[in-house]
Design a protein around this ligand. Structure first.
Ligand SMILES: [Zn+2]
Length: 136
C-alpha cells in the first residue's frame, strides 16, 4: 500500500499527542496511588495503636488492618504497573505487548493504560500458560 510521507509524518505527530495524553493519565494515577499507599500504611499503624488501647476492639481492628493491607497491596501492584508503563513510554515501547510485541488493542489501552499484555497473552496468563515475568 502506498503511503504519502506527509500523511505518515502527521500520523507520527498524532501518535506523540496520544502518547502525551496517556503519559498525563499515568502520571496522575501514579500520584494518586503513591498518596493512597502512603496513607494506607499510616492508617495501618494507627489501627495498631487503637488495638493496644482497647482490647474489645481487637477483632474489628485486625479485620480492618487486613482489609487495609490487601487494599494497599493491590494498589502497590497497580502502582508498579503504572510506573512500568511510564518507563515504556520513555523507551518508546508503550502500547506493545511485553510478551509477544504485538500492538495492544487501543480500546484496551484506553481502559487500562498500564496494561502490559495483548488480549491473547493476557488470556494465556490467566490460564497459567504464560509466565508473568516473561520479558521483564
Ligand atoms: Zn502478547
Amino acid at each position: 500500500m502506498f503511503m504519502c510521507p506527509a500523511f505518515l509524518h502527521r500520523n507520527e505527530l498524532m501518535e506523540k499527542k496520544k502518547l502525551d495524553v496517556f503519559k498525563k493519565r499515568l502520571e496522575e494515577r501514579q500520584r494518586e496511588l503513591r498518596h493512597n499507599v502512603t496513607r494506607t500504611e499510616q492508617d495501618g499503624r494507627a489501627a495498631d495503636q487503637d488495638t493496644a488501647q482497647d482490647i474489645a476492639d481487637r477483632a474489628s481492628s485486625s479485620y480492618q488492618k487486613e482489609f487495609l493491607f490487601s487494599q494497599s497491596n493491590s494498589e502497590r501492584q497497580t502502582l508498579q504497573m503504572v510506573e512500568g508503563a511510564l518507563e515504556r513510554i520513555r523507551e518508546g515501547t508503550f502500547g506493545e505487548c511485553i510478551s509477544c510485541g504485538t500492538e495492544i488493542n487501543p480500546k484496551r489501552l484506553e481502559a487500562v493504560p498500564w496494561t502490559r499484555h495483548c488480549i491473547a497473552c493476557q488470556e494465556k496468563l490467566e490460564q497459567g500458560v504464560l509466565n508473568q515475568d516473561t520479558g521483564t
